[in-house]
Design a binder for this molecule. Structure first.
Ligand SMILES: CC(C)(COP(=O)(O)OP(=O)(O)OC[C@H]1O[C@@H](n2cnc3c(N)ncnc32)[C@H](O)[C@@H]1OP(=O)(O)O)[C@@H](O)C(=O)NCCC(=O)NCCS
Length: 147
């Protein structure tokens, strides 16, 4: 059986509908009215990017990332805002390919570090980040929710 080649590339605005099944699984269906616009703003923005892993017509992996000035780092840092790989394709190196692509972009943007937030109960994501060389930093995140 011929295996389909996986291509990792930057997303285009028209990719939203083919990304939706995977995004829906990542957010457990918790996707609201502003989501499409926000997702497309990440694609078109100067300080953000969406990367896709595509196999045939299907999207099997997505990374949403951004770059921001960071006073603690005295310069710019990059952040992985979301990463997800289709369950059937996990542990085949897709997540790593997406992350490496983003790390290369962050270096090109002269970022001083790449950050990523992982829920402490998410064992697979913790292992994944550790395998890429990320180190855990001990900070709490506080939020003031306007909604
Ligand atoms: C985390 C996630 C993106 C990893 O994607 P992936 O394509 O399966 O990861 P890779 O195949 O590139 O794995 C790279 C390395 O990470 C580590 N790793 C990944 N998943 C792991 C798991 N479930 N258990 C242990 N180690 C794991 C391994 O060291 C692996 O290398 P190996 O397979 O050669 O041992 C994927 O599990 C996922 O989509 N999870 C659900 C969404 C999520 O939790 N996102 C992260 C939120 S921050």
């Amino acid at each position: 059986m011929a295996t389909r080649k996986t291509v990792v590339r930057k997303a285009r605005v028209g990719d939203y509908s083919r990304c939706l099944p995977l995004l829906t699984s990542l957010y457990h269906g918790d996707i609201w009215a502003d989501f499409k616009n926000t997702f497309e703003s990440f694609i078109t923005g100067d300080s953000s990017v969406v990367l896709l892993a595509q196999s045939g017509d299907g999207v099997i992996g997505i990374l949403i990332g951004s770059y921001q000035m960071d006073i603690d780092w005295e310069g710019k840092t990059a952040r992985i805002d979301a990463i997800v790989v289709d369950e059937k394709h996990r542990r085949t190196g897709i997540g790593k390919q997406l992350a490496h692509y983003f790390i290369t972009l962050a270096e090109e943007q002269r970022c001083k570090a790449v950050k990523s937030r992982v829920n402490r109960k998410n064992e697979e994501a913790r292992k994944f980040h550790e395998s890429l060389g990320f180190a855990r930093v001990d900070t709490y995140e506080y939020v003031l929710d306007f909604s």
